[in-house]
Design a protein around this ligand. Structure first.
Ligand code: BG6
Length: 489
């Protein structure tokens, strides 16, 4: 008995995300025997291609893990033989009916499950689910549909998208991906907190001064300007990736590890927050810059971006959670493109030690004596805690040292890509890392008034040079809340 048949159909198979992330993630899952014995992959897109051409296209992006080179070629061939292609329009019931017939042929009357990944622009999600009639699915098992942001541009458009999707799908068929939730360190956040006695008792306003969620990239919009200009960094990174991390970080202990229990707690955090206003943010946009004989373009040099675009490529924001645990603690977010480094991290700054006996050893800057816990999500995953330590020797000199858990030193295995974990969860029906519709609504409710104000008042972003540390506005914002950015100190 090999279990039910599984087909994974990638709608938008010739796109970038499919090539760079989805097919390689499926191969990695196959390689490590996570997928059911009886599975196939179907690509669907408008481009005309044969099965063989699809296989050629994806074979270029499949990789073997460093520790698993053995048999890799052979496994790749076997994986590719399970990949098929059907070319069709996204609004054609007839073309989807042809796909359905091909799927049925492969299923050969066996108990069959179907997973669809809509790797297409959201304005055609609804057309696709309608034309493919995914709810009244012609399969004997389950049908699930993965969708990926942008889920609208604000509360209204997101609500409308949800409403339309639900005409053709039930909520439990919809798997809304936020790929940051699939990252190893983000998943580890709950483990760290709920399975170590030393953290959870400190996890509140009593001991934590502020929390910083930082995302930076050292490249600009390169080629994605058309998409990006319509959304901006707040919609692209903050409203989803950073806010999801914040909710996981700040939630109360869930009743259990069940998806519904966790998501209930995350929604409560989001609903306990005050929607952002203009005074809670600083926005920026990168400008051209030359360094070391090389010149870097401004955001508006991108041919797909209007010359007078006011779209922020950088934003810093201060958020507050009005509940007993977090009252008054600033949660600062910072996200930017074309900065000096590529990094994503969570920084927790603890309070000062009351009546610190070693006060005089820290000079006038007592902030330098507080503990920081840092979860470096990427690159080079690590968790480290800054502590004060006596410098060995006579006399009494203190310095700050790190208790450092560096993943690459501690674990020999390569860390799976976020898409591997999320695809596997979707196959297994595990919804913990996917966004429920009320979470999505609550997330938009926080950001929509601000986004409208920024656009209506045509707020001009502060320019910062490509490759710099971002606009000074971010420092003023932090200073207003008595915070210093930990990544810059
Ligand atoms: C995407 C954004 O969601 O995340 C991109 O749309 C961004 O603008 C990307 O570059 C970053 O993802 P990662 O996994 O490379 O940090």
């Amino acid at each position: 008995n090999v279990g039910p048949h599984l087909s994974i159909t990638i709608v938008g198979a010739s796109g970038d995300l499919a090539k760079k992330k989805i097919f390689p993630a499926l191969f990695a899952l196959y390689y490590e025997d996570w997928l059911p014995e009886n599975f196939i992959v179907f690509g669907y897109a408008r481009t005309k291609m044969t099965d063989e051409e699809l296989r050629n296209m994806i074979s270029r992006t499949l990789t073997c893990r460093i520790d698993q080179r053995e048999n890799c070629e052979d496994k790749m061939d076997r994986f590719l033989k399970r990949c098929f292609y059907h070319s069709g329009q996204y609004d054609s019931e007839e073309h989807f009916a042809e796909l359905n017939r091909k799927l049925q042929e492969k299923e050969a009357g066996k108990l069959s499950n179907r997973l669809f990944y809509l790797s297409i622009p959201p304005n055609i999600f609804v057309n696709v689910v309608k034309c493919a009639s995914l709810r009244a699915s012609s399969t004997s098992g389950w049908t699930r549909v993965i969708v990926e942001k942008p889920f609208g541009r604000d509360s209204e458009s997101s609500g409308e998208l949800t409403r339309c999707l639900k005409l053709y799908l039930t909520e439990d068929q919809i798997f809304r991906i936020d790929h940051y939730l699939g990252k190893e360190l983000v998943e580890n956040l709950s483990v760290l907190r709920f399975s170590n006695l030393v953290f959870e008792p400190l996890w509140s306003r009593n001991y934590i001064r502020n929390v910083q969620l930082i995302f930076s990239e050292d490249f600009g919009t390169e080629g994605r300007g058309g998409y990006f200009d319509n959304y901006g960094i707040i919609r692209d990174i903050m409203q989803n990736h950073l806010l999801q991390i914040l909710a996981l970080f700040a939630m109360e202990t869930p009743v259990s590890l069940d998806a519904e229990d966790i998501r209930n707690e995350k929604v409560k955090v989001l609903r306990s927050m005050r929607p952002l206003q203009l005074e809670d943010v600083a926005v920026g946009q990168y400008k051209g810059h030359s360094k070391g004989g090389k010149s870097y373009p401004a955001y508006t040099d991108d041919p797909t971006v209007p010359n007078n675009s006011l779209t922020p490529t950088f934003a810093a924001a201060a958020l507050f959670i009005n509940n007993a645990r977090w009252d008054g603690v600033p949660f600062l977010m910072k996200a930017g493109k074309a900065l000096h480094t590529k990094r994503a991290e969570i920084r927790v700054q603890f309070r000062h030690v009351p009546g610190n006996l070693y006060k005089r050893n820290f000079g006038t800057d007592l902030d330098k004596a507080t503990n920081d816990l840092v979860l470096r999500v990427q690159p080079d995953e690590a968790i480290y805690l800054k502590i004060n330590n006596k410098v060995p020797g006579l006399g009494m000199r203190l310095d700050r040292s790190d208790l450092n858990l560096l993943y690459r030193a501690r674990y020999s295995r390569e860390i799976p890509d976020a898409y591997e974990r999320l695809l596997l969860d979707a196959v297994e029906g595990e919804r913990r890392l996917f966004i429920r519709s009320d979470e999505l609504d609550a997330a938009w409710a926080l950001f929509t008034p601000l986004l409208k104000e920024l656009e209506q008042k045509k707020i001009v972003p502060e320019l910062y040079p490509y490759g710099s540390r971002g606009p000074v506005g971010a420092h003023y914002l932090a200073a207003k809340h008595n915070v210093r950015w930990g990544d810059l100190s």
